[in-house]
Design a protein around this ligand. Structure first.
Ligand code: COA
Length: 357
């Protein structure tokens, strides 16, 4: 008998979690550090404050709390995780990977763990990877984390960048589901020709760290913000439209589209081009700034815990970032409403997320 190939399985989000450090850096604080004003930052970016990791906190520490919360909401134990994908530009170190350090701290002893470098689009790339792993039956349970301690690579003497970025972590658990549910479409892209628009000039193989590179502040992030702005608007709109097309739905069918929280003016421009009302494009950039790969999973967790997402909703997300990279996704939501963190036992929330594959 000829065995037919197994059909590709669907993949869905069954748990979400987030964590931001306690310390708040306000625009007023930045006014005392560089030549800027609260008014300029709010008008040009929409940011009021951002979170900064404590000196003893590395990215894996932020990721750990977000991951524990995501697993708790999925009703799973760490040793049930098959893969850990950590999207980050700020791993604890280059070696070992942030994902391996997280795996150890989490006690996810069975999981294969690796870092994914796709800058602010990293979470979208991570969901694409998890969907492929689950769809091909290489994995049943994938933890996708977006985490950044950008405060460690931001030059707090450069007003062009230091007002924008913050620290934080978001995580989702992905599991199999019936086809036609969960992730309906994913669209990811890269263009290395644009590498210079957002870069850290020194530190690794092309320009190893030395006293000279440190003196020239080349271990900090540098950005050509004006070039990124139109690129961000165009790519996030196009990528979201491609996903809606793949999913066979239009903007009017979307219940929410979560944009990467880079700049409120970029978000509003994308929203207007897609013809979405403000309530369908949630914002938290005012509270957290740009947390790069963490911004979408942080927002996703806030929405689930606010009860804004219900099974059957069409949930989109889109991002752009260094590399350059960009992408989007559309999910038919399957998770029941979340309780507050440390609240209702996770098992009570599992009704709508049973594996039907
Ligand atoms: C960075 C960004 C906020 C700047 O806003 P903008 O409206 O493009 O501002 P400009 O670059 O035209 O700068 C206008 C002026 O403000 C100044 N400026 C820059 N940062 C400032 C700050 N923090 N405070 C006060 N003035 C500032 C500039 O020096 C410039 O002065 P000049 O005209 O005398 O040269 C905007 O370009 C942006 O968000 N780009 C995308 C960046 C991004 O999202 N990066 C992350 C990728 S994931």
């Amino acid at each position: 008998m000829t065995r037919r190939p197994d059909p590709v399985r669907g993949a869905t989000i069954t748990g979400t979690g987030m964590y931001v450090p306690e310390r708040v850096l306000t625009n007023a604080d930045l006014e005392r550090m560089v030549d800027t004003t609260d008014e300029w930052i709010r008008d040009r970016t929409g940011i009021r404050e951002r979170r900064i990791a404590a000196p003893e906190q590395a990215s894996s520490d932020l990721a750990l709390i977000a991951s524990q919360r995501a697993l708790e909401s999925a009703g799973l134990c760490p040793d049930e995780v098959d893969y850990i994908v950590v999207a980050t530009t700020t791993p604890d170190r280059i070696l070992p990977s942030c994902a391996c350090t997280l795996q150890h701290k989490l006690g996810a002893t069975r999981a294969a763990a690796f870092d994914m470098f796709a800058a602010c689009t990293g979470f979208v790339f991570g969901v694409a990877m998890a969907r492929s792993l689950i769809g091909s039956r290489a994995a049943d349970t994938v933890l996708v984390v977006g985490v950044e301690t950008l405060s460690r690579i931001v030059d707090y003497t450069d007003r062009n960048t230091c007002v924008l970025f913050g620290d934080g972590a978001g995580a989702v658990v992905m599991r199999p589901c019936a086809q036609g549910e969960g992730v309906l479409a994913i669209d990811i892209h890269s263009d290395g020709e644009l590498g210079g628009v957002l870069e850290i000039p020194a530190g690794i193989s092309a320009n190893p760290a030395s006293a000279a590179t440190v003196a020239a502040r080349e271990h900090y992030l540098r950005m050509q913000g004006k070039k990124l702005f139109p690129f961000a608007v165009r790519t996030m709109e196009e990528s979201t439209r491609r996903c809606m097309e793949q999913a066979g739905i239009g903007p009017e069918d979307m219940d929410v589209v979560i944009p990467h929280q880079a700049n409120l003016r970029i978000i509003d421009a994308v929203r207007e081009r897609l013809g979405l009302p403000p309530e369908k494009m949630p914002i938290n950039i005012d509270r957290y700034g740009n947390t790069s790969s963490a911004s979408i999973p942080i927002t996703l967790d806030e929405l689930t815990r606010e009860g804004r997402l219900k099974p059957g909703d069409h949930v989109g997300f889109c991002a752009f970032g260094g590399g350059a990279t960009w992408g989007a996704g559309v999910v038919r939501w399957t998770m029941a409403r979340q309780g507050p963190i440390d609240g209702v036992p996770a098992a009570a929330r599992l009704a709508a997320t049973e594996v039907r594959a």
